[in-house]
Design a protein around this ligand. Structure first.
Ligand code: PLP
Ligand code: ZN
Length: 414
């Protein structure tokens, strides 16, 4: 067992391994703390490589005791060398960490939910729950179903059909709430105070967040135990991006990297909900919440991000930056990734690609360096965003003459 317990990120006060999430002394967020010296002695590259290809091959650096029973097929998604995209953007080397094909619900949220439900099991909870912008809803519903838990899922009432039906199919208890995600989250915090449920991203948030690290551990391993020059990460609550930093530091501390890391970490948001990137751009020390998010990137539409301050601090400290993309640029980003690499990502992935393009154009990302884009969700879940945005397909009668007419038109356009 490698988990020491929880530790306040602000004042350092220590707590036992338990379903707590705020420091009762200073109200800072709690974080999982490990016995790193013990891990350093036991975890080797050879050990990692000998294990099954899923997120649990880094189990020592994840906060679960004993045998893994939940989410055993999650993770180890492809790291795609995206040469066509690199050429289109005029840079030497780009990789896509493709969590659009993560198992089972096609987003990176399967990583965080696997850890949270495994921890809920350790703590003896009978019911799991979440406040979600969409992907978390899909993942909690699916993984609760496969591990035999009752689940309650709370979402804003305006989410995409794919996210709603892609939750209901698992026979969960889905509740739609009129208003933004921040209202959903506030209600869920109240519910968590009344019912003893495992809210994966509220009372189990310190554990949930640890699951995100696996995306970065895999990326480092897939690059040959090396850290890239730049990473571009989409941000909602800002948890994933802070764990990119933590995961690189842990691999480095445990002696698992072949060379010293110097990764610049870049964050991406939608212009219609950019509380974290605005903080970075304006060099502020605090987050100004966005009251009424308005963007097609609904999965990232968190106006008051819990980890926003830490995310912004990390970008500045590593020499990275924050940038945002308009709805139009998001759709262009989705189209560019699909047309160059054959990867269909959701709106959040469009944000990442569009922001990477801007960062390259503005010189924040060096053209001769290696950059990894975190593509975190699947395009089939946000089809609405493309309505009327792609060229129409011709409809013809089943005869050769009509087809030849269409073909001539296509050729003329080229
Ligand atoms: C949840 C989510 C993120 C980032 O979430 P954080 O709250 O910042 O950890 C990124 N992409 C997609 C598709 C998501 O669903
Ligand atoms: Zn504290």
């Amino acid at each position: 067992m490698f988990v020491k317990g929880l530790k306040c990120r602000e004042c350092g006060k220590e707590y036992p391994d338990s379903p707590l999430y705020v420091c009762d002394y200073c109200f800072g967020p709690l974080e999982v703390d490990y016995d790193y010296d013990k891990i350093k002695k036991e975890l080797t590259r050879e050990k990692i490589k000998s294990r099954d290809a899923n997120m649990w091959r880094y189990q020592e650096l994840l906060p679960i005791k004993g045998e893994i029973k939940i989410g055993k097929n999650v993770g180890f998604t492809p790291l795609v060398k995206a040469d066509n995209l690199a050429k289109a953007l005029g840079v030497k080397e780009i990789y896509v960490k493709n969590d659009a094909v993560n198992f089972p619900t096609l987003s990176f949220k399967d990583r965080v939910v696997s850890v949270a439900i495994a921890k809920a099991r350790e703590f003896g909870f009978k019911t799991v729950a979440c406040a979600s912008t969409g992907n978390l809803a899909n993942s909690v519903a699916a993984l609760a179903a496969s591990s035999g838990y009752e689940s309650f899922v709370f979402i804003p009432s305006n989410l995409e059909t794919g996210k709603v039906l892609g939750t209901l199919i698992y026979d969960t208890n889905l509740v739609k709430i009129n208003g933004s995600y921040d209202k959903v989250n506030r209600l869920c915090t109240e519910i968590a105070g009344k019912h003893s449920w495992a809210f994966v991203n509220i009372n189990l948030r310190p554990y949930y967040a640890e699951g995100s690290k696996s995306l970065t551990f895999e990326m480092l391993e897939q690059l040959g135990f090396k850290a890239p020059d730049n990473v571009v990460v989409p941000m909602a609550g800002g948890s994933l991006i802070t764990k990119v930093g933590k995961a690189i530091d842990e691999f480095e501390y445990c002696g698992l990297l072949n060379e010293e890391p110097h990764t610049k970490i870049f964050g991406a948001q939608a212009t219609g909900c950019n509380p974290i990137t605005a903080t970075v751009k304006e060099k502020r020390e605090f987050i100004k919440p966005v009251r009424t998010p308005d963007t097609i990137a609904k999965s990232l539409a968190i106006g008051n991000p819990a980890d926003g301050y830490y995310a912004s601090d990390l970008m500045s400290k590593t020499g990275g930056y924050g940038e945002d993309a308009t709805d139009e640029e998001i759709v262009e980003g989705m189209k560019l990734l699909a047309a160059t690499e054959g990867i269909f990502t959701e709106t959040a992935g469009g944000v990442t690609v569009a922001v990477a393009k801007k960062l390259i154009e503005k010189g924040y990302i060096n053209k001769n360096e290696t950059t990894v884009l975190a593509i975190t969700g699947n395009g089939l879940k946000t089809l609405e965003a493309l309505n009327g945005k792609l060229k129409e397909a011709p409809v013809i009668e089943a005869n050769l003459e009509e087809f030849e007419g269409v073909l001539a038109k296509i050729k003329r356009k080229k």
